[in-house]
Design a protein around this ligand. Structure first.
Ligand code: SAH
Length: 224
């Protein structure tokens, strides 16, 4: 392919990519703009050649996956991020979801339990000019008490229950989005909203779409 036709192909792929998101029901203009601005190809091994604009999940290092763009857009839309928000992500993976959040929020803290993935994502995000993202290598189950509270928390690995530390680190009226369910069984995205009442903290739960995510695992990974 010549350089020019490669560019044209890229534009066609990208237009189709946004059209697919719209057709599947993503309507939030800020989310669509963020999805348009972040070059998914730079977060996928093999770059554009690997079908970065196709609406599918793709493998990354350490046996993990970068989510399907629709699911990234959907979770981001449900998170209802405002420009003044501080957001915590558990499961940095490639850094793609963090980059999309960085376009919408004031600050993003993202935690990854594989050192290799954390290091690569940190480098990529810095190279891409995402100055408001901090990637931390560690176990995200405990959140990030030093930097809490967070207006929004997104977990991009599946667990049966929301880790209590994460609920604790949400602001009042804070929202948390996560895939919930067993490792090899049915999982759903859930939206948890934290509320103060005269009787104490209440967490409302809304069950959303069916999904399939890699598991949320305790502890730092021993492998690199
Ligand atoms: N959001 C990522 C996709 C992540 S896949 C992206 O946009 O590419 C889920 C990631 O969660 C994996 O990289 C996995 O290693 C990580 N993970 C699983 N359990 C974790 C934990 N307890 N703390 C931090 N990261 C975790």
């Amino acid at each position: 392919m010549t350089n020019e036709s490669a560019h044209q192909q890229h534009d066609v792929d990208k237009a189709g990519f946004l059209l697919t998101l719209r057709q599947r029901g993503i309507g939030d203009q800020a989310v669509l703009r963020a999805m348009e601005q972040v070059a998914r190809a730079t977060f996928v091994p093999g770059g554009a050649s690997a079908g970065a604009h196709a609406d599918q999940a793709l493998p990354i290092a350490c046996g993990q996956t970068i989510s399907q763009p629709y699911v990234v857009a959907y979770m981001t839309e449900r998170l209802a991020v405002k420009p003044h928000h501080r957001v915590l992500e558990i499961g940095t993976g490639s850094g793609y979801q963090a980059a999309v959040l960085a376009k919408l929020a004031r600050e993003v803290v993202s935690i990854e339990r594989y050192r290799t993935l954390a290091d690569q994502a940190r480098e990529r995000l810095a190279a891409g000019g995402y100055g408001n993202v901090e990637v931390i290598f560690g176990d995200g189950m405990g959140g990030c008490p030093d930097r809490a509270p967070f207006d929004r928390i997104i977990v991009t690995a599946a667990a049966e229950e929301a880790p209590p530390a994460l609920i604790e680190q949400l602001t009042d009226d804070g929202i948390m989005i996560m895939p919930r369910g067993p490792h090899n069984g049915p999982q759903h995205i859930v939206k948890l909203t934290k509320r103060q009442t005269p009787d104490g903290v209440v967490v409302d739960e809304e069950k959303l779409i069916a999904v399939r995510f890699v598991p949320l695992l305790a502890g730092q990974a021993r492998e690199l």
